[in-house]
Design a protein around this ligand. Structure first.
Ligand code: NAD
Length: 257
């Protein structure tokens, strides 16, 4: 069988948190195109349902589940619904995240905790819940969305909580990868640079910075969500069986200097 066929995900079951829109929706669409059934997990259940219906047209089974990734009971329920519906869990994309642009000296403790709670604690809860199922199965692939901001402090915006949360995701990923390495469960992260989604294009604090980012970027532009699809399909599937504990920076060389 050729490499393209071996990369297919037919018969697999995946979930994508923050899957209703943006990067999560793009990843969910890609893995469905490759043959995987997919659960769209989001706080915004109306948008999640629309996305699930759209993706179902690709010929796979989809389901939308409302969950706040910071709430243990929601995460437990999402796993229960996935197992009741599909009977197994092969792939987990822990992707939900937010960004607050507030100078460190002005940030309240509640604002700090909100970002850490969704971006880091939410990834811990979702990946741990997925791992519990996958360890029993003896197989599974967990992919966490980090950011180039987990590697560099990207001027000009003040994002200390975001940067710290994403650096945490990268190290959580590596730690789990080592713990599960001999047990068939792989854990990797994707670190995108600036990608055009609601998080960046619609945010009142980030939108005005787009021209500046483009000027700073070696490739001179932001990325698109579809430019993360191939790495997502690769990490979800069995051709990446030797790939674990890795972080994939996809940022048009933004973090190179
Ligand atoms: P987005 O705002 O377009 O979509 C995020 C989705 O997550 C939304 O549908 C939202 O409802 C959902 N969500 C938020 N909090 C949640 C919670 N507590 N529980 C469940 N769902 C929740 O964002 P995006 O740009 O697609 O970003 C997705 C991920 O990629 C985030 O982790 C983000 O930090 C990361 N990222 C984005 C960029 C970028 O430039 N857009 C760059 C690097 C990393």
């Amino acid at each position: 069988m050729g490499i393209i066929e071996r990369m297919r995900l037919d018969g697999k079951t995946a979930f994508v948190t923050g899957g209703a829109r943006g990067i999560g929706k793009s990843i969910a669409t890609a893995i469905a195109e490759a043959g995987s059934n997919v659960a769209i997990i989001d706080l915004d259940i109306e948008e999640a349902k629309k996305t699930a219906d759209e993706i179902a047209k690709l010929g796979v089974k989809t389901i939308a589940i409302k969950a706040d990734v910071t709430k243990e009971e929601d995460v437990d329920n999402m796993i229960k619904v996935i197992l009741d519906t599909f009977g197994k869990l092969d792939v987990a994309f822990c992707n939900a995240g937010i960004c607050l642009n507030i100078p460190a000296e002005e940030m309240t403790y509640d604002q700090w905790k909100k970002v850490i709670d969704i971006n880091l604690n939410g990834v811990f809860l979702s990946s741990q819940a997925a791992a519990k199922v996958m360890l029993k199965q003896g197989k599974g692939s967990i992919i966490n969305t980090a950011s180039m901001s987990g590697h560099i402090v990207n001027v000009p915006q003040p994002q200390c909580s975001y940067n710290a949360s994403k650096a945490g995701v990268i190290m959580l990923t590596k730690s789990m990868a080592v713990e599960f390495a001999k047990k068939g469960v792989r854990v990797n992260s994707i670190s995108p640079g600036y990608i055009g989604t609601e998080l960046t294009l619609e945010s009142p604090t980030l939108k005005p910075l787009i021209e500046q980012w483009n000027a700073m970027s070696p490739v001179g532009r932001m990325g698109r969500p579809d430019e993360l699809q191939a790495i997502a399909v690769y990490l979800a599937g069995d051709t990446s069986d030797f790939t674990t504990g890795s972080d994939f920076i996809i940022d048009g060389a933004f973090s190179c200097f």
